[in-house]
Ligand binder design. Sequence first.
Ligand SMILES: [Zn+2]
Length: 88
Amino acid sequence: MQKTRKCPECRGIIKPGQTDLNYELEKIHVSVRNVPSSVCGKCGRSYIDGHTAEDVNRLVNRVVEDINSFSKTHPPISERYREVAIAV
Ligand SMILES: [Zn+2]
């Protein structure tokens, strides 16, 4: 059951949508695209629920760990992996 939610910022109506999240971690730029979220139809602000935020955090941490261990064994390649985009 989904109740109509109002944006705390502008009182606009919040609808299900998708958003992009960007993280700067240990010199690695990670963007996560198409994250399910609630988006205000008026001001465009997006709200992500706790569960989704947790999942995304876990995913980003794992990716950063993988990149770091990969960089250690492949030093010349690491430069290219500074920017990572994940689509969910
Ligand atoms: Zn709003």
